[in-house]
Design a protein around this ligand. Sequence first.
Ligand code: FAD
Length: 550
Amino acid sequence: MSLYRRVLIVGGVAGGATCAARLRRLDEEAEIVVFERGPHVSVATCGLPYWIGDVIQEEARLLQATPEVFARNFNVPARTGHEVTAIDRASREIEVRELASGRVYREPYDALVLSPGARPIRPACPGIDLPGIFTLRSIEDSRRIREWIATRQPRRAVIVGAGYIGLEMAENLTQRGLTITVVEALPQVLPLLDAEMAEPVSRHLETHRVDLRLGDGAASFEAGADGGLVVRTASGARLEADLVLLAMGVKPEVKLAVEAGLDIGEAGGVRVDDTMRTSDEHIWAVGDAVEVRDAVTGRWRLVPLAGLAHRQARVAADAIAGRPSRFRGAQLTSVCGFFGMTVAATGASEKVLRSAGTTDYDTVYLHPGDHAGYYPNARPIHLKLIFAKADGRILGAQAVGEQGTEKRIDVLSVAIQKGATVFDLEEVELCYAPQYGAAKDPVNMAGMIAANVLRGDLEPAPWSELPGTAALIVDVRDPHEFAADHIEGAINLPLGELRRRFEELPRASEIWLYCGVGQRSYYALRFLRQRGFNVRSLPGGYQTYWGFYP
Ligand code: FAD
């Protein structure tokens, strides 16, 4: 039983609802009350884009539970339409406003849990409040967008921001018949990915007629002549739209915490310890409002993901109930999908490692099929694995593909959590039948290639140094593949002719080999090495080249 007899929870969606339900399972005696300023609790926020796109056809399906269910099943009153406006830490009371009546009252607590979430970023640029410009966070936001679509029948949407919500919405608004322009200030989509992994995503979006404007932020909004809107970008482009969605990321809701004098961390979220306790011993905080330790780099970060909010909520409930749970930090495992493509990642990207000052890592790229090539409909998964040079510890992975993509990242996520190395990946035993995988699964392959690098059997040539390299670039694909396209300046010496013709290659200069995906160039490299050549291989071959040099 908990030391804390009266537990109040601010926010009744992902973190708040989970915390309440978990705490009740641990402590039947505690009085638990949830305060939610919106009209609903337990909303499936992650489903909102699909409700707008009509993939989910009833709004009610997004309501995982109601206040009645909370009262009946958990004996937890959930006061919807009640906003918590202040925390009086000295008297351990909160101030609440009942939104319908305006009544303000106070409630005492022994323990307080903050799960107020985050707000979509709405930059203060001219015209930002014009009708037809939306953000998406709640059921009410999605209702507004649905109603706009139903009544105005928009044809053109501009989505500002190419993060996962922006791209999920690109698909769902396409589904509703709109043509889509995505404006993104960064030079790539999906900032979580390294740039070369984002490149196939951009091309995929373009094949689905998404007009991508990368490296160009939205600067202002105006009413258009035809009753629509005009978005002007930083570069001066003029984009006409009938609907604008701002999907520029979120800011943690820290107002209550700031005003109460709780510690706010360097990333701008509520600072908590590993039991999710704030700088006040009676107050916990979870979800999008807090900053967490990056489990790979150890740095504080904002990581607004539902799985983390749920885990943190359980840790906070455990802590309040006197159990020794700990939050281990965030590994940033995430997935999103649009137009048949799946993009998933876990751990650190190269970008993040570099910004954390880590340089002692290496990367491999591979492009295996999601299942055995001889079984119909195998589709490539573009996979990047990042690992420590010193001991082979896995630091991060990114994958872009179709079916089976997220499964590989999930395996790699567990591997990172367990501190596994690339040598462990060589041995990991995964299920296989032709329609699901391969006898050497992409995860095994990633481990084998990385282990080859660490054992010195495969020396990668750095893609970044390709322009201007003095090395001889040798394409070991077949002549028809070379004829179709190749790296500028490369010569063609197909693998099948190598044993007969290898003396044509210079011994004095370094040779960089490549093929389609890296397999044939590895065979060629092993052969040439044993013949005394100074040879390296461009990781992931021509498929990777396109990511770096689109
Ligand atoms: P929320 O779930 O937002 O809950 C906070 C609640 O607190 C809100 O209902 C708010 O009204 C209430 N509140 C705030 N202040 C007060 C106050 N003062 N008084 C009373 N109530 C208050 N994550 C994933 O991992 N996968 C996905 O696919 C995914 N898809 C998403 C799609 C969309 C469109 C959005 C917007 C988010 C998505 N997320 C996804 C993120 C995920 O929804 C959040 O990480 C998660 O909801 C955070 O939980 P939370 O409890 O911190 O905040």
